[in-house]
Design a protein around this ligand. Structure first.
Ligand code: NAP
Length: 328
């Protein structure tokens, strides 16, 4: 089958003077995105990781990378704790980031998981829902003032790229088993014991896409450019949690589909984060192309789910944080 070939980033892409934050930067595409940002002269990079010992080893690996080591100016690479399984960690990360760096120019929301069985985060929510969706919503709300002030201080729109998946379009359960009107969307994901590894993941990424579509029009795109990107199927350790037979199947699928090397995944994330223009604000990228909003999300049923999701998410967040004025 294979996936299409990806063209390189512009050769003159230069991120000198920029500060970037990458969540889930201790493995896979997060670490690779960090490497590519530094290779393009990014001055300061924050590795937002749940395991800081592993994060420090990654920071060292990046600083020892021959391309980065050869730079005239040695970049600053800092490790900050962020465990998106837990709201308290998201909130202390947001506070800590403000103290650590005066400006954030680029934020990549990359941390993400898939799970086979129903697992609960310490918040009580199903883990894919927590890690892929809810904690990112909180992180965005808590960072918004910082992202706006970063744009004011730097004179450039702050760039926010969230790593999604095109599996949100048709890969989950919402089209095959539409929620009855009035159903809680968060409860549905929290209680769906029957969903499979693929539908559970796709449903969580559908919520991310819907939230991004709802949030972006509320932001001033001259100050914050928000987009989402799917880098296609990429060879990372993402399926390592599976039992051996699941890993064998996942490995076979990667061969059949022509899974991309991690460098290509990182390139596509960097493309969305710093190359794609403001026309991509509030849009989902598939590789380097802007995806049409899916037929389901555009449908009456999809729009009703998006509205309920937005309201429920705000309600949940109000119990944890003060929402920025433009949101509440
Ligand atoms: N691989 C693909 O084919 C593919 C395709 C489309 C989209 N994506 C998306 O791409 C993103 C990166 O995935 P990947 O393929 O690079 O996977 P990966 O190699 O498994 O890396 C996932 C990263 O997320 C971090 N993470 C997981 N749970 C976390 C938590 N509770 N708090 C903080 N960090 C956490 C991991 O930290 P540790 O290092 O501590 O484990 C790791 O650094 C995900 O959002 C995924 O959904 C992947």
């Amino acid at each position: 089958m294979g996936q299409s070939k990806v063209t390189p980033l512009p050769s003159n892409l230069d991120l000198a003077g920029k500060t970037a934050v990458v969540t889930g930067a201790s493995a896979g595409m997060g670490l690779e995105t960090a490497r590519q940002l530094l290779a393009r002269n990014c001055d300061t990079l924050i590795l937002a990781v749940r395991n800081t010992t592993k994060g420090e080893a990654c920071a060292q690996e990046l600083l020892n990378n021959p391309t980065i080591k050869a730079k005239a100016k040695c970049p600053v690479v800092k490790v900050l704790p962020l465990d998106v399984d837990r709201y308290e960690s998201v909130q202390s990360f947001a506070k800590c980031l403000q103290k650590e760096v005066p400006v954030v120019n680029i934020l990549v929301l990359n941390a993400g998981i898939a799970r086979l069985n129903m697992e609960r985060a310490p918040t009580g929510h199903e883990r894919c829902l927590q890690v892929n969706y809810l904690s990112n919503a909180l992180l965005l709300f808590d960072l918004l003032p910082n992202l706006y002030s970063s744009a004011e201080k730097s004179g450039f729109a702050t760039r926010v790229t969230w790593v999604g998946s095109r599996r949100h379009d048709g890969g989950g359960t919402f089209e095959s088993a539409p929620p009855a009107p009035g159903t809680s969307i968060l409860n549905r994901l929290d209680s769906d014991e029957r969903s499979s590894v693929t539908t559970r993941y796709a449903d969580s990424k559908l919520l991310c896409a819907m939230f991004m579509y709802a949030l972006a029009p509320r932001l001033d795109s001259s100050k914050i450019v928000l987009n989402m990107v799917c880098p296609g199927m990429v060879s990372t350790g993402m399926s390592d949690f599976l039992p051996w037979y699941g890993r064998v199947l996942a490995g076979a699928l990667k061969v059949v589909k022509g899974a991309r090397p991690v460098e290509v995944g990182g390139l596509l994330i960097v493309n969305a984060a710093v190359v794609a223009g403001v026309e991509g604000h509030g849009r989902h990228f598939s590789d380097k192309e802007i995806m049409e909003v899916s037929e389901y999300i555009r449908s009456e049923a999809g729009q009703a789910v998006q509205k309920t999701l937005w309201e429920e998410t705000l309600q949940e967040m109000r119990e944890i944080t003060s929402l920025p004025a433009e949101i509440s």
